[in-house]
Design a binder for this molecule. Sequence first.
Ligand code: ADP
Ligand code: MG
Length: 267
Amino acid sequence: MSIVALRDAVVLLGRFPALSGVDLEVGASEVVLLQGPNGAGKSTLLRLCAGLLRPHSGRSVVLGHDLSKSRAAVRRSVGLLGHDTALYDDLTVTENLQFLARASRIELTAVGSALERLGVSARLHDVVVGRLSAGQRRRVALAGVALRRPELWLLDEPHAGLDQGGRDLVDGLVSEAAADGATVLVASHELDRTLELKTRRVTIAGGTIIADVADSDAADTDAADSDVADSDAADSDVADSDAADSDAADSDAVDTDVAGVAGGRGS
Ligand code: ADP
Ligand code: MG
């Protein structure tokens, strides 16, 4: 079974087609690097797969769930690290992860080892998240994803704001997840330089996929990145009426929403 199966998938943000017809099939335990210029649609693609955005048209099936019918089950099953870590600022590091663990019916004892795995030192465990640095928050958010060991990992520029140690941890985490049989979609320009896994590089520009190459023939695909014009034009003054906001109208219990998602809306 494909873990992700998109067929001519269109996602509108307001009236802007952030995805304008994406075809993508990803199988179990594949690691896919999503590349492309700012505004290409990488975050939108990850958020679609996380069940946070409603597909406008086409066919979007993730983990066997048709996203045009129901997105709650997908939200529960995937692990998303978004641009915004969506942790609770007024809860401590430990409380945040315990909250996630409860929502995902995971033993609370797993919290400590997830934090340790991401190098979050014990002296930070009782600090409220609002007082952490950006890099520390990101490590905690990643610990939240690792804690849940999702079948599908969706990491949106996970290296951003991390020091070298943190970057290495991200790479290790991705390798481990893949070795565990999980599927990983990563929007990143860094992973391909460090990761020894067999990966696949998908390049997206202007809301569609313009290149899709397996590791073995990936040698000269960097060109695809740089040639593409920035499709940022729509950024500035577009009303904030995107489908994500309408998630609030979905009547899933709060805890199931939170369970799947370590990140909020991307940029
Ligand atoms: P990437 O992650 O590749 O930088 P995004 O998926 O964040 O790109 O954005 C894709 C496009 O959607 C961008 O051109 C952006 O300007 C546009 N966009 C993002 N949010 C909105 C919104 N709320 N309304 C309209 N357009 C938006
Ligand atoms: Mg983005």
